[in-house]
Design a protein around this ligand. Structure first.
Ligand code: BG6
Length: 490
């Protein structure tokens, strides 16, 4: 099966932080792949900017490394065409040098789509936007893309949004949450809104609870400095996990227009029941990994990696969220995410309620409640667990088995990286998969009291051994309610 590629308008994409980790690991490879797919027209340009002094050619050499990796076998003509789009300017938000050169380069192609991607430390978002504003570069429909973390709290997120908003109107600000660019996350919308089957069942009367797990096997991978100022709640829950929760819980939007979708997500965020000092111990668990095993070998604990035995930063969170509205009242949403867990698995589980009455006698065996599992990564797909009759003679015995659709098997095409889709959406001017200011701030309004309650408590995060499923308290969190975490094969 082939995918349909619609080329985007010619653009100038300026990447600030072009020599940094995000640009090298994600942005340049994503752009290369879109170029190779024929989505980028010949005249499009990619302008790298960072503080380092580099020639255009030296930047192209870096980009070649980023795109090729150690052993990628790439088409030489496509690579030459892609590298030919690149140029480089050294500029620093803190001084005037370089900015006139960038302005001159951009002036060579007036009137085209212009995008500034801030792949830099968040402290630079404001100063870079100020520079762009003063140089007159933020006008004429120019768009700006910002990455998380957008602040560390509601107040600091507002400050970042204000600083960006001074130069770019909201319809030109693209706040990336790369989870929204993942194929299966978009499939959640297809599953819910392109099928008549699930939507009538998608409510408290039929759904017992929802689980969202984003489990990683990696540790903090040389990012301990940043990570220690964030922790799993800020790094994963405030953005990715709450976005997933919104897509599961939102009302059907009137259309897929950006604001129609974002209005519905905002209503969910505003309906989240606050977790306060009084409920934090019962509704949240934080953990921190200790030494253990991962990928078949020993790994150090978080505190050793960080070199600070006193850190109380959590590398694992499990929590019970509740949504106070007609559709979801009384349906817990259990969220868990962590680093150095037993396997890399991200999935959403909608657990249906048991049948109200059984016509089968005891010899049929137990009747399990139905369950829909949406697998985000790896092995993207959907499993619908149902009861069927065990085949063959010998009476009526029931078995719980999944209708199993693996997207890789069904479509035979690899999923593009989330950034490929999102970068092209910015050029197309489609904000549906980007977070609006009020969404980000509503998410922080729910997260802030949890952070404050944790800070006020004398408890430390509970230790867990690397390579396990987190602290036992996370199991108790759900089992206290008579439920358990989904384990894949039941
Ligand atoms: C990032 C977090 O936003 O998402 C990382 O900062 C995390 O800590 C990553 O590892 C997970 O993304 P993915 O796409 O690998 O699931």
């Amino acid at each position: 099966m082939t995918t349909r590629v619609i080329p985007v308008d010619p653009f100038d994409l300026v990447v600030f932080g072009a020599t940094g980790d995000l640009a090298q690991r994600k942005l340049l490879p994503a752009l290369y792949h879109r170029d190779a797919a024929g989505q980028i027209l010949d005249d499009a340009r990619i302008l790298g900017v960072s503080r380092r002094r580099l020639s255009d050619d030296a930047f192209r050499a870096l980009a070649r490394q980023a795109v090729c990796g150690p052993d990628a076998d790439l088409d030489a003509d496509t690579l030459t065409r892609f590298l030919g789009r690149l140029s480089y300017t050294a500029a620093d938000a803190g001084d005037d040098a370089g900015w006139p050169v960038l302005a001159e380069r951009l002036a060579e192609r007036p009137g085209r789509v212009r995008v500034f991607y801030l792949a830099t430390a968040p402290e630079l978002f404001g100063p870079i936007c100020d520079r762009l504003g003063r140089a007159g570069l933020s006008r004429n429909g120019a768009r700006v893309v910002v990455e998380k973390p957008i602040g560390k709290s509601l107040a600091s997120a507002r400050a970042v949004n204000d600083a960006v908003g001074q130069h770019f109107t909201e319809d030109r600000v693209y706040r990336i949450d790369h989870y929204l660019g993942k194929e299966t996350v978009q499939n959640l919308m297809a599953l819910r809104f392109a099928n008549a089957l699930f939507e009538p069942l998608w409510r408290a009367a039929l759904i017992d609870h929802v689980q969202i797990t984003v489990a990683e096997t990696l540790g903090v991978e040389g990012r301990a400095g940043y990570y220690d100022t964030a922790g799993a709640l800020r790094d994963m829950v405030q953005n990715h996990m709450l976005q997933l929760l919104c897509l599961v819980a939102m009302e059907p939007p009137g259309s897929l227009a950006a604001d129609a979708v974002r209005d519905e997500k905002l209503k969910v965020l505003k309906s989240l029941v606050p977790i306060t000092e009084a409920s934090v111990a019962e509704r949240t668990v934080r953990g921190q990994y200790r030494a253990g095993a991962s990928h078949g070998g020993p790994v150090p604990g978080y505190l050793d990696e960080l070199g600070d035995p006193t850190s109380r930063t959590e590398t694992f969170v499990a929590l019970k969220a509740e949504i106070a509205n007609w559709r979801w009242a009384g349906v817990p949403f259990y969220l868990r995410t962590g680093k150095r867990l037993a396997s890399r698995e991200s999935e959403i589980v909608a657990q249906f309620r048991p049948i109200p009455f059984s016509v089968f006698d005891a010899s049929a065996g137990p009747i399990e409640a139905d369950r829909l599992v949406i697998r985000l990564q790896p092995d993207e797909g959907v499993k619908l667990w149902l009861n069927i009759k065990d085949p063959g003679p010998g009476g009526m015995r029931l078995r719980h088995v999944p209708l199993d659709m693996s997207f890789a098997r069904a479509f035979g095409v690899p999923n593009p990286d989330a950034y490929e889709r999102l970068l092209m959406d910015v050029v197309r001017g489609n904000q549906t998969l980007f977070m609006r200011r009020d969404e980000v701030e509503a998410a922080w309004s729910w997260i802030d009291p949890i952070l404050q309650a944790w800070a006020a408590s004398a408890d430390r995060p509970k230790p867990y051994t690397s390579g396990t499923w987190g602290p036992s308290a996370a199991i108790a969190l759900i089992e206290r309610d008579g439920r358990s975490w989904y384990e894949g094969s039941e």
